[in-house]
Design a protein around this ligand. Sequence first.
Ligand SMILES: [Fe+2]
Length: 314
Amino acid sequence: MGVMRIGHVNLRVMDMDAAVRHYENVLGLKTTMVDKSGNVYLKCWDEWDKYSLILTPSDRAGMNHMAYKVEKDADLDTLKEKIEAWGVQTTLLPEGTLPATGRMLQFHLPSGHEMRLYAMKEYVGTEVGTQSPDPWPDGLKGAGAHWLDHTLLMCEMNPPEGVNTVADNVRFMTEVLDFFLTEQVMVGPDGSIQAAAWMSRTTTPHDIAFVGAPTSGLHHIAYFLDSWHDVLKAADVMAKTKTRIDVAPTRHGITRGETIYFFDPSGNRNETFAGLGYLAQRDRPVTTWSEDRLGSGIFFHTGDLVPSFTEVYT
Ligand SMILES: [Fe+2]
């Protein structure tokens, strides 16, 4: 089957205590493990594998890698061949490279972002369990995020030089990893430049997204909430904890998601994303946003692009 879903992200943070407080108290994750190097591993209450976030001590913010889970271990061998045939080098990292995790296939997207695929991670289950479970566990903190939902990556784009790693990533994800395109932004005089793309492997509007930028980096990681009311409550939590909010609760035109953007203490942008928007099916026609409607695509109510939203990333 290949890629099933997002598995985890590894973020760099400058103040570990502040970062753990943020992800535990604002988003509601729980720490499940700390390793010898001081990396902290956390998970959301509705996730059953041991971790979905690794925080690594560093002197600068940003993302080290993101990992997606494949269905079977043998998929890693099949995908290794496919990825290399496409012209991308890979490395098979042995089991135990990350604790509680099987072997990982490591490579870089055309945009330069490190991606890993893995099939096995230690199963720890959820507090509500799998036998006649309650809808949510007691003692949830902060926003009580359900799960890590998606990443949005800034991808180097310089059309005069013929560089567009958004389009390169879309081709790679489509041809090699069998993702499908749900939405895109087309710019330029004849709308021929693919400046942003939202792609899925599941039935959500996006499992990963790419946006063109002067240099590649991380725009945000997003956590799933149930409803608009949960988004509002998450914003209340952020105000109470003096969390730096980038964009207060609103709706995206693209994906129809209900959203808040905010920053962790190191400056990594987070999002809480509610509502499934729509059911993404493989035969769904691609939604296209033109340059003159881009503002509404990003922030549907005002239609205005917030400069920090496109200019600030790690
Ligand atoms: Fe997002």
